[in-house]
Ligand binder design. Structure first.
Ligand code: NAD
Length: 285
């Protein structure tokens, strides 16, 4: 599979990341299918993509006919019927059993030359690759939140990954206007492994009642970080951020520096997942 023959893609999962990745793909005029088992999530994704493109029009970065053309490349579906895709990017929940089950379905349903990429933040891509018959076609393609604004994409290479497929993935990401960086498969890859300390130390400082959330964010934002750890985890989703920490903690055999936060666990139990649920550390309209 060569990069210049990637014409159509399927994004699995229409949540925060899936909708953002699908938007990037239609902006670059790829025929894009967006699949989710939840019809409400699909409809919500369509509205978010439409609103985001509308904002480009208001800022005079996009014309109405360009927006219409981009949207004509987007197809929503809650099943695989009639979907043709040269590359599939999985962005469903960060649970290994759910991802393994989806990859098994994908490998049965789509031809063996279809590239299978996961947007996992922290799970081992090699474990996912090992679960499908054509292991060489599985890679990690780790976009950052929000995909429309964040340029970096970590392309994750497993022990099975085929060089031609990695090359195609790098070229594809460049066509989306993003910056691909090839990394080895290791828990959290590079960015999320380093970023754990940014979140976890801030949670410990709050647990020690040294300062409130807003003050800690204010300090860090004025020390040069673009977003404070509390606002940033609200944007990421507390459940997603917590799942990433849990999986690094497990993968590094309970290393104390990756120990999840009780404060964050409490938020999740209360359903305060951040921006997407209207409340996390802070409240949202
Ligand atoms: N949120 C972030 O900041 C961020 C950043 C980088 C990577 N990621 C990774 O991207 C993936 C998705 O994260 P998100 O924040 O978009 O999650 P999310 O909770 O916003 O969305 C997940 C979506 O997947 C759907 N889904 C669940 N199981 C499914 C299945 N079996 N088939 C089809 N759809 C299914 C859900 O209905 C939901 O719409 C995770 O692996 C996460 O670790 C997240």
């Amino acid at each position: 599979m060569l990069s210049n023959v990637i014409k159509s893609i399927l994004v699995c999962g229409a949540g925060t990341m899936g909708a953002g990745i699908a938007q990037l793909a239609i902006e670059s005029e790829f025929d894009t299918f967006l699949f989710d088992t939840d019809k409400y999530a699909l409809e919500n994704a369509r509205i978010r993509i439409d609103n985001s493109l509308q904002k480009h029009i208001e800022k005079e970065k996009l014309k109405n006919d360009e927006k219409d053309r981009m949207l004509s490349h987007l197809k929503l579906s809650d099943n695989f019927k009639g979907i043709q895709a040269d590359m599939i990017i999985e962005a469903i929940v960060e649970k290994i059993e759910d991802k393994l089950s989806l990859f098994k379905d994908l490998s049965q349903h789509f031809p063996p030359e279809t590239i299978l990429a996961t947007n996992t933040s922290s799970l081992q891509v090699t474990e996912i690759a090992a679960a499908v018959p054509q292991k060489r076609r599985v890679i990690g393609m780790h976009f950052f939140n929000p995909p429309a604004a964040m340029k970096l994409v970590e392309i994750v290479k497993t022990t099975y990954s085929d060089a031609v497929i990695l090359e195609a993935a790098v070229a594809f990401v460049k066509r989306l206007g993003r910056i691909p960086v090839l990394v080895k498969d290791s828990p959290g890859f590079i960015v999320n492994r380093i970023a754990r300390q940014y979140y976890l130390e801030a949670f410990r400082i709050a647990e020690d009642q040294m300062a409130d959330f807003r003050t800690i964010d204010y300090l860090l934002e004025n020390a040069g970080f673009r977003m404070g750890p509390f606002a940033l985890t609200d944007l990421i989703g507390q459940d997603i951020n917590y799942a990433t920490t849990q999986s690094l903690y497990r993968a590094f055999f309970q290393e104390p520096r990756f120990r999840p936060s009780v404060l964050q666990a409490g938020l999740i139990k209360a359903g305060h997942l951040g921006k997407k649920s209207g409340k996390g550390f802070f409240e949202y309209e």
